[in-house]
Design a protein around this ligand. Structure first.
Ligand code: FAD
Length: 402
């Protein structure tokens, strides 16, 4: 195998050190990006990422790959726009082709109230320099002639917020790119190592207990996606997070037929076509709490039926596969990141159904926080104590399917 192929494709195995300056729990996009930026931007290379399975095996490798910045509150628009802009240059920075593809994204309105909501979204986005416009049914149909504008006869499409930069990007490539570039700068990535305890002495986090023994740490970052309450429990921290499963499925491949991504909050469904030609359909979280990644038939039949209301031609296609991830949902549908009451124990969490697009901005902000001890202004609004200060950042309307 040629040198560059080995360098790009495979991670090296490192001997575990007894102590690292920073230990990151979780080898998803957020953990790996934090490790990369610690090394690349702040010169902190004595860093370990501990992943109990393989990198990208959590939500990072299970999501529907959508990138967008069309949020609704000033704090979230600023944050997700920063991340979206970073994604645009990421392939160059990490020297890795991630198949980023600008597709345009529709947020459909099926009622007068939703029209008002989508007009508000467009205006709010424009105020913060995000390209979102409100379109009439004729304009929607011109860009997306495949849409059944009657919404299956019961949900007529009355307008939409259209976000032309809305994109997709290859999710596992994002994890691999951050991992390989972090490792090239000296970061250790230990796969198959599970954290089973977090040690706190005199109010300060000093390391982790793992299935491979104790590892000391100057700082510990929890970036474990839907499993965050289990890790927080290890330091006696109760979080306002509930884990829910989120499912998706793809059809068999079809010729390129759908360029934009189409989301309907009324039908609780979104549809796109992948580079492989599969139609990718996602929906809302399952209503029950669970860590299970088992897929269900009720979800499949209901989501498939709802997707036909928008795209009747999908009825001719077979379903190829379905899968499930678990999501760390906050009450306000915004991230939860930053410091905690335990000194040197940090959280990158609350990524719910929306966290893949946040990986670059969260990674760099978390790295800055750990390196400097100062909370970057970009993430101040997402602090854990916002709930007791009555400063929730309400983004429920921006979860795509709510
Ligand atoms: C079906 C689906 C569709 C989605 N679609 C989108 C989308 O289109 N756009 C978007 O922005 N977001 C989307 N999301 C959300 C997004 O995938 C997540 O928010 C994001 O991937 C979270 O990344 P993470 O790095 O925090 O967690 P993860 O990627 O889940 O990584 C956490 C890692 O921690 C590891 N871990 C857990 N516990 C331990 C432990 N004790 N010790 C060591 N390791 C541990 C896990 O094995 C895992 O690999 C979707 C999610 C799902 C499930």
């Amino acid at each position: 195998m040629s040198g560059w192929l080995r360098r790009r494709t495979y991670l090296r195995t490192n001997d575990r050190k007894p102590h690292y300056d920073v230990v990151i729990i979780g080898g998803g996009g957020h953990g790996l990006a934090t490790a990369y930026y610690l090394a690349a931007r702040f010169g902190i290379t004595n860093v370990a990422v501990l992943e109990r399975s393989y990198i990208g095996s959590g939500g990072t490798g299970r999501n529907t790959t959508i990138l967008r910045a069309n949020y609704k509150t000033p704090s979230t628009i600023r944050f997700f726009k920063a991340s979206f802009d970073m994604y645009a240059g990421l392939a160059g920075e990490l020297d890795y082709n991630m198949l980023r593809s600008e597709r345009g994204l529709f947020w459909l309105a099926h009622s007068e109230l939703q029209m008002q909501n989508q007009i508000e979204r467009a205006l709010q986005n424009q105020t913060f320099g995000v390209n979102t416009v409100y379109l009439s049914p004729d304009e929607i149909q011109r860009i997306c002639p495949q849409l059944d504008m009657s919404g299956g006869g019961s949900r007529p499409i009355m307008g939409a917020a259209y976000h032309p930069p809305g994109s997709t990007i290859r999710h596992d490539a994002v994890a691999w790119a951050y991992a390989s570039q972090a490792q090239r700068r000296g970061v250790h990535i230990h796969q198959g190592v599970s954290v089973i305890g977090v040690r706190v002495e005199h109010g300060r986090c000093v390391g982790v207990d793992t299935t491979a023994g104790h590892i000391g740490a100057g700082a510990v970052v929890s970036a474990v996606g839907g499993y965050v309450t289990l890790v927080a429990d290890m330091v006696g921290l109760e979080l306002p997070i509930i884990t829910h499963p989120l499912q998706a499925f793809v059809t068999e491949s079809y010729r390129p037929a759908l360029d934009p991504i189409v989301a309907s909050a009324d039908l609780h469904i979104y549809v796109s076509q992948s580079a492989r030609g599969e139609f990718l359909i996602g929906a809302e979280i399952d209503p029950y709490t669970s860590y299970s990644t088992r897929s269900t038939y009720p979800f499949l039949s209901s989501a498939a039926a709802r997707s036909l209301e928008l795209f009747p031609f999908l009825a001719k296609l077979k379903i190829l596969r379905q899968w499930t991830g678990v999501c760390d949902m906050t009450p306000d549908y915004s991230p939860l990141m930053g410091v905690t009451p335990v000194e040197s124990f940090y959280l990158s969490s609350g990524w719910g159904t929306w966290g893949f697009k946040a990986i670059p901005a969260s990674g760099i902000a978390m790295a800055e926080l750990v390196a400097t001890g100062k909370v970057p202004p970009l993430i101040e609004a997402f602090a854990l104590d916002r709930f007791e200060r009555d400063r929730a950042v309400s983004e429920r309307a921006s979860a795509g399917t709510h």
